[in-house]
Design a binder for this molecule. Structure first.
Ligand code: KIV
Length: 277
């Protein structure tokens, strides 16, 4: 496979907004979204042309090594988001509201969302769930904060689901998902992530709403795709869901580089005279 040269930053930069995403859907242009949790990676992804960066609560797994997304705190999400925002010139930055920061109490939800917008200067927030969290979504939207929904496999509910398997295979759950998607659109969400659901159901939902549907494990008939960057780059290794396409094997690349460094230091090949003062 030919390796393309690194794209040069072009000017002037036109920022991606929620309106741009809606227009992309209307015009049939697919939307690209990836996760980012830090400044250096966000800089690369933004310069490469990604339209949406998600400061996902998957940082809990990928950055902190937790088994689930539940332990990550609002303070930690804000810390990750601050680095990402400093890096970005073009992408829309969406930040996950972590578990426990919005469920059950819409006033707490609004306070959490405001902290993310104020302290990280994020562009939007993402929440998991449908009608159960409608009041929280409404309250956040009433403050002028754009909200992205997330339906299907919602990892913050993993202990309720009991497994990370495909959701909404049964008609009752599929019907609830259809209704939830409509509800999120009516409430005013600007987009919805659909995670790990049958492709035909995702297609149906995407054509039943005007707002963009971004899929992860939801097939090709949606308005855009999202992946966890560390999975796409092959930094994570022990995760092989069917929906994942790896575009690099950085685990091996990094291991080889570090092994060469160790060898060079041990043999006093590094630093050389040219690398010394
Ligand atoms: O936290 C995350 O990375 C996500 C994506 C999987 C959509 O929510």
């Amino acid at each position: 496979m030919a390796i393309k040269s690194v794209p040069v930053e072009k000017k002037p930069v036109k920022r991606i907004t929620t309106h741009v995403l809606r227009k992309m859907k209307a015009e049939g242009e697919k939307i690209t979204m990836l996760t980012a949790y830090d400044y250096s990676m966000a800089r690369i992804l933004d310069a490469a042309g990604i339209e949406v960066l998600l400061v996902g609560d998957s940082a809990s797994n990928v950055m902190a090594g937790h088994e689930t997304t539940l332990p990550i705190t609002l303070d930690q999400m804000i810390y990750h988001a601050q680095g990402v925002i400093r890096a970005v010139k073009r992408a829309l930055v969406v930040v996950d509201l972590p578990f426990g920061s919005y469920q059950g109490d819409s006033h707490t939800a609004l306070r959490s969302a405001i902290r993310i917008m104020k302290e990280a200067e994020a562009h939007a927030v993402k929440l998991e769930g449908g009608r159960e969290i409608a009041e929280s979504i409404e309250r956040i939207l009433s403050a002028g904060i754009p909200v992205m929904g997330h339906l299907g496999l919602t990892p913050q509910s993993i202990y309720q689901f009991g497994t990370y398997q495909v959701r909404a295979r049964e008609e009752a759950e599929a019907q609830k998902l259809r209704e939830d998607a409509k509800l999120l659109e009516q409430l005013g969400c600007f987009a919805i992530v659909l995670e790990k659901i049958p492709a035909q159901l995702a297609r149906e939902v995407a054509s039943s709403v005007q707002i963009p549907i971004i899929g992860i494990g939801a097939g090709p008939h949606v308005d855009g795709q999202v992946l966890v960057t560390h999975d796409l780059l092959g930094i994570t290794r022990d995760f092989h869901p069917r929906f994942l396409r790896r575009y690099a094997n950085l685990y091996d690349t990094i291991t080889n580089a570090v092994m060469r460094y160790i060898e060079d230091v041990k043999s006093v090949d590094f630093p050389s005279e040219e690398e010394s003062y």
